[in-house]
Write a protein that binds this ligand. Structure first.
Ligand code: HEM
Length: 517
């Protein structure tokens, strides 16, 4: 009898606690979903049934007439922002309230966690001001010869393979190897050849960072559910061997350059300037930005650990996003012959004018249609499909009585906006022409709805580089080759995405076939 009573009491306590925890949003007058025991609304995410992008997109599609929806991922309350105008306020107008992301940072225990994507507050502001001059068009243009050389390696590799009779490729891996060569060269100052050496150590280490294994899944889940617990549980953002590898690569490069007085046009050199003088030298013809001039902390120097963390984030944020963009572009062009031909015609027209120096940086900017292809790819496949921010104070939503409480995590479903039929007509149709006369596409809604690189002061710092490497990869491939799908069944229908990846990754590998034009 006593046992039954205790059991009933325990059930009642669990039930009441459940009800209490799942009333966090309704008590604040915010519409919420219908959470179920333990999983809350996040069952599909926690059980790895849906990718993060699709999970938030589906909530958006069902609730887009609300401005904001309260959701529970297990017992963690988060908000999904479904109104483009409110998104704009959060990312741009009221940025000072929302400048941080809920990410785990502990620079003492885990120095690599202290990178630009993760850190917040004044520290982020100071670092962003220091790093922004490293991504100006002048600096990226100066890196162009390095990137162009990697392009040549890709071109020679494809030529050689086709000569040998190999014409079917799993492009996800090949494009990752191409981008690793570029980013490791500009971020770490190291010339690798992962294109010709698929098992190169650099490739193996970078694959480990994005490997959908249990540990990486757990890291993503704890980051989502309880970022402040992450380091208390003695977790680190990287496996030890990958971390040791990054540390030793950067340390050796810095020591080599300082001892030999060697310099090169790459991010590593600019990071070394930040370590030794606290600011990046301005090139001839380039002006200090207003932000830089008015900033009080332009002179404090970065430590070695801080530059290691930044080199690391340039590497990870750069290679996976750019190679996925390339992969989706290739996929859509392979199944749209007429668009592929237009790209080829434009590339032929521009490349025909090249002189003895080959294709120049300025010539690439003439590839306007190709740019629309990239913009449309990133509309249909925003590689980071959700943007996330935290509120650093209570925030009253304009024209409403709703208050977003201090500390709330806000999730902005970019994939949802980009594939909303009320914003983009026939959103699954691949139509680069949407972008011919507009940088936002032909979307109808007001406010922010095209955000492949995020928006506001905390948008992607590497956008120019990401677009440039994608353009180089595509123009090289289509200047010489035709591309088609190997599996004709993929001609129609849509790609499914991997459930335990934060970035939008196809759930299955697939091959494409090239032939000489
Ligand atoms: C096509 C390629 C790329 C895409 C689609 C992309 C997308 C994004 C997005 C959506 C964000 C978040 C923005 C927000 O929350 O508002 C972001 C942030 C960031 N990206 Fe990129 N990115 C790309 C390439 C790159 C490259 C090449 C680099 C560096 C070499 C880079 C470095 C970063 C960094 C450091 C941040 C954090 C910025 C901050 O918090 O201040 N990205 N990126």
């Amino acid at each position: 009898m006593a046992f039954v009573l205790i059991l009933l009491l325990a059930i009642a306590v669990v039930y009441l606690l459940n009800q209490y925890l799942f009333s966090y949003w309704s008590k604040r007058g915010i519409k919420q979903l219908e959470p179920s025991f333990f999983y809350g609304d996040g069952g599909d995410l926690i059980k790895f049934k849906k990718s993060m992008g699709e999970f938030f997109k589906d909530i958006y599609s069902k609730h887009k007439n609300e401005r904001i929806v309260g959701v529970y991922i297990s017992y963690k309350p988060v908000l999904v922002v479904t109104d483009p105008k409110l998104v704009q306020d959060i990312l741009i107008r009221d940025f000072t309230t929302f400048h941080d992301r809920p990410m785990p940072v502990d620079e003492n225990k885990d120095p690599i966690s202290g990178h630009l994507f993760n850190i917040g507050g004044q520290k982020w502001r100071d670092l962003r001001v220091k790093l922004s001059p490293t991504f100006t068009s002048g600096k990226i243009k100066a890196m162009y010869p390095i990137i162009k050389n990697v392009g040549k390696v890709l071109e020679d590799y494809l030529d050689e393979q086709v000569n040998k009779g190999v014409n079917v490729f799993e492009f996800r891996d090949l494009m990752a190897r191409f981008n690793i060569n570029i980013i490791s060269s500009v971020a770490f100052g190291i010339d690798n050849d992962c294109i010709n050496e698929p098992k190169h150590f650099f490739r193996q280490m970078s694959a480990k960072i994005f490997d959908p294994n249990l540990m990486n899944g757990l890291r993503a889940l704890i980051t989502l559910l309880a970022p402040t617990l992450f380091h208390k549980l003695n977790m680190r953002i990287l496996d030890r061997d990958v971390e040791d590898f990054i540390f030793s690569v950067v340390k050796q490069t810095v020591e080599y350059r300082e001892q030999k007085n060697f310099s090169r046009n790459d991010f590593m050199q600019l990071l070394i300037q930040l370590k030794n003088q606290g600011y990046v030298s301005v090139d001839k013809g380039e002006k200090d930005s207003e932000e830089m001039k008015n900033h009080s902390d332009t002179k404090s120097k970065l430590t070695l650990n801080e530059i290691i963390a930044q080199a690391f984030v340039f590497f990870v944020a750069g290679f996976e996003t750019s190679s996925s963009t390339l992969l989706y572009c290739l996929f859509e062009l392979a199944r749209h012959k007429e668009i592929q031909q237009k790209v080829q015609q434009e590339v032929d027209k521009v490349f025909k004018t090249s002189g003895p120096d080959g294709v120049t940086y300025d010539m690439l900017s003439e590839l306007k249609y190709l740019e629309c292809v990239i913009d449309e790819t990133l509309r249909k496949y925003p590689i980071l499909p959700v943007h996330v921010r935290t509120a650093n104070r209570d925030y009253k939503i304009a024209d409403s009585n709703i208050v977003i409480p201090k500390g709330a995590s806000l999730w902005i479903p970019a994939l949802g906006f980009h594939r909303d039929p009320d914003i983009y007509e026939n959103p699954l149709e691949f139509k680069p022409e949407r972008f011919l006369n507009s940088s936002n596409g032909d979307g109808k809604a007001t406010g922010v709805f095209y955000t492949p690189f995020g928006d506001g002061p905390r948008n992607c710092i590497g956008m120019r580089l990401g677009k440039l490497t994608t353009k180089i990869g595509l123009s090289i491939i289509f200047s010489k080759f035709n591309l088609e799908l190997n599996d004709k069944e993929m001609q129609d229908g849509e790609l499914k995405f991997h459930p335990n990846q934060f970035v939008l990754t196809p759930s299955k590998l697939f091959n494409m076939k090239i032939s000489r034009r």
